[in-house]
Write a protein that binds this ligand. Structure first.
Ligand code: ZN
Ligand code: ZN
Length: 320
């Protein structure tokens, strides 16, 4: 049983089950791919709510009467939001607060077939720039305490459309898991993520590194082939990244996506950007392939059983 670096979270590594990458390969993403009906494709902008930000070579614009054309990324409020800016008043004794906030869909690329695992450096840089820009825009809203940016890829991971996209949910609270992390970080002598990035750079869980970031298979991986991207320097959130950091982050993210895709062949996954606008926090990005079953034991205990050791996962990903 392995404990999370500094939280009371446990994982059981059950490598004796002898799972290999081929045991997890999926035939495609299982998400419908109809070009004409795709609301995220250029020319179909009217099928979505107006963009709050359309990213073009000429600058960033919001959709007006006419939808902005020639974009390389665009973000709009979700038609079916998990949270809204003007929520209905709570009803019933179990509803304690308004689900107040913003829910955006970020279309990452105009090309219907594009995928971050095959993005070149220019498109990767655009993607991290857009993540930073959307984050910065929402975290500055007075009512917002936390901005969740995540990507569900593949039907098994909850994506209903195949056109590459991420989502952003801005919340009026800091999620309890982040509060617990902050508590643990606050009681540590040194930022645990700084120690982690330093230590893992010379461990057998290192997959890739460049001047600014490490890509590792975390010691207490909850999912097979889980990876984390960590800045080597202490940076709390995307807003703290300068242009050189963004370039390095784009590069390492391309490595993470590319290696995972080659090894597991278009696996479904969840990517989450963990960050807080608090100088004590340390930005980290986690990619968890959605290829193992979360069942009764996990729900009962909160402990995950992972059939692939992170050391073996890192070796496979280094070679991919
Ligand atoms: Zn499309
Ligand atoms: Zn740190």
């Amino acid at each position: 049983m392995r404990r999370h670096y500094f939280l009371d979270e446990y994982t059981i590594i059950a490598a004796e089950r002898g799972k290999r990458p081929s045991d997890f390969r999926h035939a495609g993403t299982g998400v419908r791919s109809d070009l004409r009906a795709c609301p995220f494709c250029p020319g179909n902008e009217e099928m979505t709510p107006p963009a709050v930000a359309a990213y073009t070579d000429a600058g960033v614009f919001a959709d007006g009467e006419e939808r902005v054309k020639g974009w390389w990324a665009r973000s709009f409020l979700n038609l079916y939001p998990a949270v809204t800016a003007e929520p209905q008043p709570p009803s019933g004794e179990w509803v304690a607060d308004f689900a107040r906030g913003f829910h955006e869909v970020i279309v990452e690329h105009p090309d219907h077939e594009a995928d971050p695992s095959r993005f070149g450096q220019r498109d990767l840089q655009r993607l991290v720039y857009v993540y930073k820009d959307r984050y910065t825009c929402r975290i500055r809203e007075p009512s917002v305490r936390y901005v969740s940016i995540f990507k569900n890829r593949g039907r098994a991971a909850g994506a209903s459309l195949s056109h590459t996209h991420s989502q952003l949910v801005a919340l009026p609270i800091v999620p309890p898991a982040l509060l617990r992390e902050m508590e643990a970080i606050g009681s540590a002598a040194r930022c645990p993520y700084c120690s982690l990035a330093e230590r893992e750079a010379s461990s057998d869980r290192l997959i890739y590194e460049n001047e600014g970031f490490v890509l590792i298979a975390p010691f207490s991986s909850k999912a097979p082939y889980e990876t984390w991207v960590l800045p080597k320097g202490h940076i709390s959130d995307l807003e703290g990244l300068d242009p050189m950091d963004l370039e390095a982050l784009a590069e390492v993210l391309g490595e993470a996506h590319g290696r995972l895709d080659r090894l597991l062949v278009s696996p479904p996954y969840h990517l989450t950007i963990q960050q807080l606008p608090d100088h004590r926090y340390h930005l980290n990005i986690r990619i968890q392939p959605a290829i193992s079953t979360i069942a009764g034991f996990e729900k009962n205990t909160g402990i995950f059983i992972n059939p692939v050791s992170p050391e073996e996962a890192a070796k496979d990903l280094r070679e991919a």
